[in-house]
Design a protein around this ligand. Structure first.
Ligand code: BGC
Length: 268
């Protein structure tokens, strides 16, 4: 008898937030490639989300693009209702939506602070809570676990980030939100994990990469290249698959070794 393909996501349904562009898009493509049907959440990039949904369909999967603001409780609940109505019970949730509002601390407005905390941290709470509620109401499906929840965190859940205090605080909070949820629901065979991307080439850091920016960034990346959304997508597809069935409550840094204090390496 052929051994089961532990990396396959065939017969499973995923919901990805912030799915239309950047890292979210890379995650959607990787999940679809592994065989999952995908509900793509977006807030403002409707056209891109629809286009990506058609790409997933062309790959042979089902897909639906759904608008919702992850920081709004009622919208998150409606999002899950719509995803389940269109695809069926959701086995995989990737809480990916996030943003930056950078400012020096003395110039940071309360709105800069609140916007980042509301989307990155409260949004993760709302998506995570709803994911767990829905996992509890479904059967085991095709997987060894009842449900898989992945938060998109950052290297900045570990590395302090001057001039980005709101963002770093949101990701530091997300780390312990993830670990606490993982501990709470592991006995129900729900796997909660996070990824911690480093510098990935997307719109969020386009300004940072301009001019000499990219050269400066590379000094912080021992592996010597900026990451691509596909680097993240491949790792998430593995993390939610049965190949990673014993990985629970971990943050997988996907960062070309940015978290290894590269400035201490010197030149040997
Ligand atoms: C941020 C990017 C930044 C990277 C490395 C990410 O979490 O969103 O803007 O380039 O961390 O510092």
């Amino acid at each position: 008898m052929a051994s089961p393909d532990l990396l396959s996501l065939a017969g499973q349904r995923a919901l990805v937030t912030g799915a239309a562009t950047g890292i979210g898009k890379g995650i959607v493509e990787a999940l679809a490639k592994a065989g999952a049907d995908v509900a793509l959440n977006y807030r403002s990039h409707g056209e891109e989300a629809e286009k990506l949904a058609r790409t997933v369909e062309a790959m042979g999967g089902k897909a639906v693009a759904l608008q919702a603001d992850v920081s709004k409780e009622a919208e998150v609940i409606s999002l899950f209702d719509a995803a389940e109505r269109d695809l069926g019970p959701i086995d995989i949730v990737v809480s990916n939506a996030g943003l930056q509002r950078d400012a020096k601390i003395a110039d940071m407005t309360l709105e800069d602070w609140n916007t980042v905390i509301e989307v990155n941290l409260t949004g993760s709470f709302l998506i995570g809570r709803e994911a767990i509620r829905r996992f509890r109401g479904k059967g085991m499906g095709q997987s060894r676990s009842l449900g898989k929840l992945v938060f998109n965190s950052s290297v900045h859940q570990r590395i302090p980030w001057a001039f980005h205090a709101n963002y770093a605080a949101s990701k530091g909070g997300l780390k312990l939100l993830m670990e606490s949820l993982a501990q709470e629901v592991a006995p129900e065979r729900i796997r909660v994990n996070a990824i911690g991307p480093g510098a990935i080439a997307t719109a969020i850091n386009a300004a940072e990469r301009e001019g000499d920016g990219e050269k400066e960034m590379l000094k912080l990346i021992p592996y010597g290249r900026i990451g691509e959304p596909e680097d993240i997508g491949r790792c998430v597809a593995w993390l939610v698959s049965d190949a990673a069935d014993y990985v629970v409550g971990q943050t997988i840094f996907i960062d070309g070794a940015m978290t290894l204090y590269p400035e201490f390496r010197g030149n040997g």
